[in-house]
Design a protein around this ligand. Structure first.
Ligand SMILES: NC(=O)c1ccc[n+]([C@@H]2O[C@H](COP(=O)([O-])OP(=O)(O)OC[C@H]3O[C@@H](n4cnc5c(N)ncnc54)[C@H](OP(=O)(O)O)[C@@H]3O)[C@@H](O)[C@H]2O)c1
Length: 306
């Protein structure tokens, strides 16, 4: 079968090649992949690819071989899946606890955009606690995670100020319920009860300064790849006794299937709208990775295998 592998070169990209068909463990199903999405985190992994690793954590397609141990869906079911790797391929082996069945209301392309970004947004909302009536500042908002988070948090009663450097990429955020969209963190009008920061560099201390006393900053990424410097004494000028919390979406009890099923249900009910800024044939995966790195994509990027 064909699959993308890391080039391992200075381009930090991928090339399509022939690889062996996956060998299934008893609890794994074989999915014929119809669409997959690419994530910023995977662009980081491509900078230092591990031996034998292949990229791909978000896929949607058809079950063509059921799990030998009887777990998971039967052959012929449409599914969305979150395998640990190797999803940018014609076929992917997926543990049965890492997938959810799709109802007919959910298109395959939409489903492919759900797993990593959607799970992260859902779990960020849980980490935030009760957000009804709370003021939230969200940086790096125009990507896959940001769009899902804005819609989920606004529906839960939060007032979200979203930051995107590009008016074009930020345009959909107000439609999804953001109370304000600003181009720079400096322009966001605080104070905020909660800050969700994923861009790094100077943005983190700038956002932290806008927190109210005893507020919470959740740090979940560093898209700029720039280190963060914090002056401890600056906390005394505003966010006294603030909490800074690290977040990893993978720090979750149990398999991802229940949360994946929740995301699928919300899409089917018209309560969650994947923002898909790019759909292309999977042969264009290297170009789409370039677009993602260059901040040219709004929401998620999906590749299709015809
Ligand atoms: N902790 C976890 O478990 C976890 C899980 C998933 C993702 N993440 C992280 O969460 C963040 C969002 O993920 P995603 O998949 O939504 O990524 P994405 O689609 O690539 O979006 C990244 C966002 O960051 C902004 N950005 C990109 N480069 C930047 C730079 N140099 N300086 C400032 N802002 C920049 C972009 O905003 P503009 O509109 O301003 O360009 C965009 O809104 C990423 O940092 C990712 O690594 C963390």
């Amino acid at each position: 079968m064909k699959a993308f592998v890391a080039t391992g070169g200075p381009d930090h990209s991928v090339r399509r090649t022939d690889v062996a068909q996956p060998e299934l463990r008893p609890d794994e199903v074989l999915v014929k992949v119809d669409a997959y999405s690419v994530n910023r985190g995977e662009t980081f992994q491509l900078e230092r690819p591990r031996a034998a690793w292949r990229p791909g954590k978000d896929v949607a397609g058809l079950v063509v071989q059921a799990a030998a141990d009887g777990s998971g869906p039967p052959v012929g079911r449409r599914v969305v899946a979150h395998p640990p790797s190797a999803g940018w391929a014609e076929y992917a082996a997926v543990p049965s606890g890492q997938l959810a069945c799709l109802s007919e209301e959910v298109a395959t392309i939409e489903a492919a955009a759900l797993p990593l970004a959607g799970l992260t947004a859902l779990r960020l909302l849980r980490a935030a606690g009760s957000v009804a009536g709370r003021r939230i500042l969200l940086t790096g908002a125009s990507g896959g995670v940001g769009h899902y988070f804005v819609e989920l948090a606004a529906a839960a009663g939060a007032s979200v100020t979203a930051v995107s450097s590009s008016a074009e990429r930020g345009a959909g955020l107000a439609r999804l319920g953001a109370a304000a969209v600003t181009r720079r963190v400096e322009d966001a009008e605080g104070p905020f009860d909660l800050v969700l920061e994923s861009t790094g560099g100077e943005n983190l201390p700038t956002a932290l300064a806008k927190l109210r006393p005893r507020g919470l900053l959740i740090w979940f990424g560093q898209a700029s790849r720039r280190r963060v410097e914090l002056d401890f004494f600056s906390l005394l000028a505003g966010p006294v006794s603030a909490t800074i919390r690290h977040f990893s979406y993978a720090d979750s009890d149990g398999p991802d299937a229940p949360d994946l099923q929740t995301l699928v249900r919300l899409v089917a009910e018209g309560r969650l709208h994947p923002e898909i800024g790019s759909v292309a044939d999977w042969g264009r995966t290297p170009d789409v990775l370039d677009d993602l790195r260059a901040r040219r994509i709004r929401g998620n990027a999906v590749l299709t295998i015809s």
